[in-house]
Design a binder for this molecule. Structure first.
Ligand code: ADP
Length: 239
């Protein structure tokens, strides 16, 4: 848990001279759920990559409170409590569910006993206890995704950035994910930033939406405000 705000300020990113992000500012407070939406290619994943140090900035900076994060390695940024998921699930396939989470707790520096307790607690919270000893490789897609999130939480991050967590999920899996994610900020003071194409999920889950188009911010506000915004309607209809 963190008491500081995560801030991407005036962030620009270029790929071979082309601007993928052009002066985007986004703030994420502890305990807040922000949805990052926008047409394909608008820069959503690039913004997460910029925050977590996976791509260098061409301008602006990323800070956690007063502390500058941009310029640090992805590993150093993760150690400051910024966790993320990727579009493709990353689990140890040949470890069990509980081992996947324990190993993340151990990597975080927990002792064996604490890692076990933490993993058991997270599985309980995620409704995954019955699958503790199942190999990750055999899980349903939705369960894999949730184990991945539980795994990220084993490092006790202040902020969690999720790139399309519901992609490929069926309706029942999406509902389970929604309930899991809804509880996290309240219980932990965790700040969540989520990219997803499932608008119904995003509107129910997020306190606030931040809309990108062509690498720039075109709107930010509640789901209601954003839905009525002419620039947002234009961006979606025009794409
Ligand atoms: P979104 O997540 O909104 O779909 P992205 O952030 O993936 O958009 O991409 C924004 C723009 O940057 C796109 O034009 C994309 O082709 C380009 N882009 C993203 N990553 C790279 C990369 N590693 N190399 C070159 N261009 C990239």
């Amino acid at each position: 848990m963190s008491n500081s705000t995560l801030i991407a300020e005036d962030v620009s990113v270029e790929f071979s001279g082309l601007r993928a992000l052009d002066g985007v500012t986004l703030k994420l407070d502890p305990g807040e759920i922000v949805g990052l939406i926008g047409p394909n290619g608008s820069g959503k994943t690039t913004l997460i990559n910029a925050i977590t140090g996976q791509v260098p900035l061409a301008g602006g900076e990323v800070r956690l409170g007063e502390a500058k994060l941009s310029g640090l390695s992805p590993r150093s940024i993760a150690l400051k409590g910024i966790a993320r998921s990727f579009q493709i699930v990353r689990l140890f396939n040949n470890l069990t569910v509980i081992e996947n989470i324990e190993s993340a707790a151990l990597a975080h520096g927990d002792g064996l006993r604490k890692a076990r307790q933490k993993a058991a607690g997270l599985l309980e919270e995620f409704g995954l206890t019955a699958l503790s000893d199942a190999l990750a490789v055999g899980l349903s897609y939705g369960d894999k995704r949730r184990v991945e999130i539980a795994r990220a939480l084993a490092a006790e991050p202040g902020f969690l950035l999720l790139d399309e967590p519901a992609a490929g999920m069926n309706e029942a899996e999406t509902e389970k994910l929604l309930h899991t994610l809804q509880g996290l900020p309240r219980e932990r003071g965790l700040g969540l930033l989520i990219i997803d194409h499932d608008m119904s999920l995003m509107m129910r889950l997020c306190d606030r939406l931040h809309v990108l188009a062509s690498g720039g911010t075109i709107a930010t506000g509640t789901a209601e405000e954003v839905r009525r915004n002419p620039a947002v309607i234009e961006a979606y209809l025009g794409s």
